[in-house]
Every structure is written in C-alpha cells, then in structure tokens.
Write a protein that binds this ligand. Structure first.
Ligand SMILES: C[S@@+](CC[C@H](N)C(=O)[O-])C[C@H]1O[C@@H](n2cnc3c(N)ncnc32)[C@H](O)[C@@H]1O
Length: 424
C-alpha cells in the first residue's frame, strides 16, 4: 500500500487539527476554521468540517468505545485522531482506508509517531466491535456546566429530547423574497413559512443563490422579524444586525431599516447579503449603547451564549465553560434598557436571543416589564403563523427549543418578546 497522502487524508488531518483547537485551546470552529482549512480544496474543506462536526456531536460515544481499549487516554492529538477514526468506523466508514489513514496521520507526527502501533491496534479492535456497540450507546449528554441549568429550566425529559435534537443536527432553512420562484430548490415549507431543505449540499451552488432570491436563516431565527411586523415606510432600527438575516426580512417588507453592529467583519457579510439580494439599509458600524434617535420599531438580537444553536454548532459546549455568560447577561440588560430609549412613544421593541437559558430570555423581559413603566407586552405573538400556543411563555414571550418539531427536523432554540411603548 502506498503511504502517499490522499485528499481524504488531508481532510482527516485538518479535522483532527480542528478538534485539537476546539478541545485543547477552547476555540470555536468559527474562530479557527478559516486558518486551518485555507489550503484545502473546497471539497476537502467541506469534508474536514463535516468530520469535525460529527466527532463533536458524538464525542461521548467515541470516548466510551475507546475507553475499553485504552488503559489511559493518550495525548490530545492522538486521542482526537482515535476519536475521528472511531466515529468514522462506527458510522459505516471502510475499515481499511480509515485505519491506514489515521495510523499514517499519527506516524507523521514528530512527537507522537511512536504511538502508531497503539493506534493501529486500537482502531482494528474498534473496527470489529465498535459498530454493534455504537448503536446501543446512549445519546451524548451536554457537559455538566450547561446540562444542569438547562435541565433545571426545562426538566429532565425535555433535556433528553434537546440532546437527541443536538445529535441529529439541523436541516437548511431559507427565508426568501416575496414572490420568488423556489420550485427548483425542492424542499418543504415549515409551519412558520420558511423553506426547509434536508440535504442541501453547497449553499452557494443552489438555484437562486446568485440571483439573491433567498438567504439562509433557521426557521426559529426568522420569527423575531415576523413578530416585529415591520411595515413599508416605517423607520426600523436593527441592533446587533450582522450578518443581516433579520435586516433582509425587514427590508423585504419595505421598511426603512438602519442596521447597527460593532463588528466590521460581520458587517461586510451583511453588506454582501444586501448586495446579493438587492435590498438596501443604512449600515452603521458602532456600539448599540452609543445609538441615538427615535424609531417606530427596534429589533435587538443581543449577543448571547448561543446555546440554542448547538445542533449546528456542536463545538460550543466543548469549547466553552459558561465563564463569560454572566457578563453577557449584564450586557443584554444594558442593551435592552438603551434600546428602549430609542423606541418612539407608541412604537415597539422586539428583544431576542438564540439562547436556551431563561436568564438571557424570559428573565430579561420580566425585569424590563418591571423597570419600564410605559412598557406592556405585545400580543402579536398569539397570531404568528405556525406557532404552538404552548410555546408562549407566562410573561407573554415566545420560547422555542431544538426539540420542537421533532418530526420535521427541529428548530434552533430561541427566545423573543415584543414590548409596546405607551403613547404618552
Ligand atoms: C446574534 S448575532 C446577530 C445576528 C443578526 N441579528 C442576524 O439576524 O443575522 C449578535 C451580533 O451582536 C454584535 N454585537 C455584539 N456586541 C455589540 C455591541 N456592543 N454593539 C453592537 N453590536 C454588537 C455581534 O457583532 C454580532 O454580530
């Protein structure tokens, strides 16, 4: 057999490097993948990403299978190579190709080359026993730092259902221009009016992408803009707007949108999205807390733990430990209080976060209703298309979770609520 690396080997090597960065350095994939994947061909880049995501989703299972064959865990890089091999072997990968590739990957590493014999022996055992064992393993659980507060908030049955949704991953949801012909895409409408594709492949190769007929937006993430219900000609402020999914929805409704975000890099993506779709908005690079003026409607999509997006970002629970969440919750409260000053009398504000933690959702709105005497909760949530009334919360917001819609592929976790400002 030749030892020459193939394109599959390049993808595997890159996947292991990504795992080293997430599990060793606490980086999110979004923070390291551009650099790690830049030298790969597009197909290998996609393959490396997919492999890293699969391992992160199934990490607990891979470790359980490997634990039987290892007296003590080896160095992280070797462990990650073994995890990748295990996940591939247990999900139908051809044993010969996978084992050889992973062994070569370790053999080429200066510091770990002497472990190639161990890797070979372990993966051969995994190839024999792993696949049958795999099917019997429990659904991987979230790490304790996150599982405990979520189980406390939603109960232990819901927790298991959320974890099952995380393991399944997410379909691709699109929002689209009114009247766009999407028939070439296939897909099915969600109850809330997004278009859902199950096996989408490369997004930019899909029909209608170049023409800007649609943009990628999870069905749950499309609801805050439905809730604010921007009207043609209204002055709307989109705070924390980039990369612009909600800006596009409100611009599509004909509103006069001002989009604010602090990140120049993310605003460049918002601008690309505006150009591709042909919509326009005033774009401001700046801090929410420095904004001035009065608007008919303000949408605040505050920075948050992003714990509602784990089915698409399984790196998050492994890279983070919740240490920064207290500061985020404080910032959300400050942003909400400032955003409220930007709403004209009689106007409205929609607050939302892609978080599963009530501290970043329900609690923020409960506090706001106490602190802003001229605020009341809006009732548009009750007439939103496709909403289960059970999702409406005690204070009148909307709680969405990944375990909702299990039969059609779930949705991101989200919280949103509309506050109406009194006229006088
Ligand atoms: C949840 S994302 C927004 C997603 C966006 N609304 C959409 O629908 O595409 C949160 C955004 O908040 C921005 N952000 C964080 N702190 C900010 C601040 N102090 N002022 C303005 N934007 C901020 C981040 O750059 C990030 O783009």
């Amino acid at each position: 057999m030749s030892d020459r690396p193939t394109s599959a080997s390049d993808a595997r090597r890159a996947a292991v490097t990504l795992l080293d960065k997430v599990l060793g350095e606490g980086l999110l994939l979004a923070e390291c993948q551009t650099q790690v994947l830049e030298r790969l061909e597009p197909a290998d880049r996609a393959r490396a990403q997919r492999l890293a995501l699969e391992v992160l989703r199934s990490l607990e299972r891979a470790d359980r299978v490997l634990a039987k064959h290892l007296r003590k865990p080896p160095a992280l890089h070797v462990r990650n190579a073994l995890r990748l091999g295990t996940v591939e072997l247990c999900s139908g990968g051809a044993a010969h190709g996978v084992v050889n590739d992973i062994v070569n990957l370790v053999a080429r590493h200066r510091r770990h080359a002497q472990l190639k014999g161990l890797v070979n022996a372990v993966l051969r055992k995994v190839a024999t026993d792993g696949p049958t064992e795999w099917a019997k393993l429990r659904v991987p659980r979230l790490p304790k730092w996150l599982r405990s507060p979520l189980a406390q908030a939603w109960g232990s049955d819901a927790m298991l259902a959320i974890e099952a949704a995380h393991l399944k991953g997410a379909p691709l949801d699109l929002s689209f221009k009114p009247g766009a012909d999407l028939s070439a895409l296939g897909g099915k409408p969600t109850p809330t009016g997004s278009l859902r594709l199950d096996d989408a492949g490369q997004v930019s190769a899909l029909p209608g992408y170049e023409q800007g007929d649609w943009w990628v937006q999870d069905a749950a993430a499309a609801l805050p803009a439905r809730l604010i219900h921007a009207q043609a000609g209204e002055r709307v402020l989109d705070l924390c707007a980039a990369p612009g999914g909600k800006t596009l929805q409100m611009a599509a409704a004909g509103a006069d949108v001002t989009a604010v975000d602090i990140s120049e890099g993310r605003l460049a993506r918002l601008q690309e999205n505006l150009t591709r779709t042909g919509f326009s908005a005033h774009v401001i690079a700046g801090d929410v807390l420095a904004q001035k003026g009065q608007y008919d409607a303000v949408l605040l999509d505050a920075p948050c733990s992003a714990t509602g997006t784990i089915r698409r970002h399984p790196d998050l629970p492994h890279a983070k430990d919740g240490a920064g969440f207290g500061a985020l919750i404080e910032l959300q409260a400050q942003m909400l209080a400032h955003a409220w000053t930007l709403v004209r009398p009689g106007g409205r504000l929609v607050y939302c976060t892609c978080s599963l933690l009530p501290d970043e959702g329900e609690c923020q709105i409960e506090d706001a209703l106490e602190m802003f005497p001229e605020a009341r909760i809006g009732d548009r949530v009750q007439i939103l298309e496709g909403i289960d009334p059970a999702w409406i919360t005690e204070e009148g917001g909307l709680r969405l979770r990944p375990d909702y819609w299990p039969e059609i592929g779930g949705m991101d976790g989200f919280y949103m609520a509309e506050l109406i400002k009194a006229e006088h």
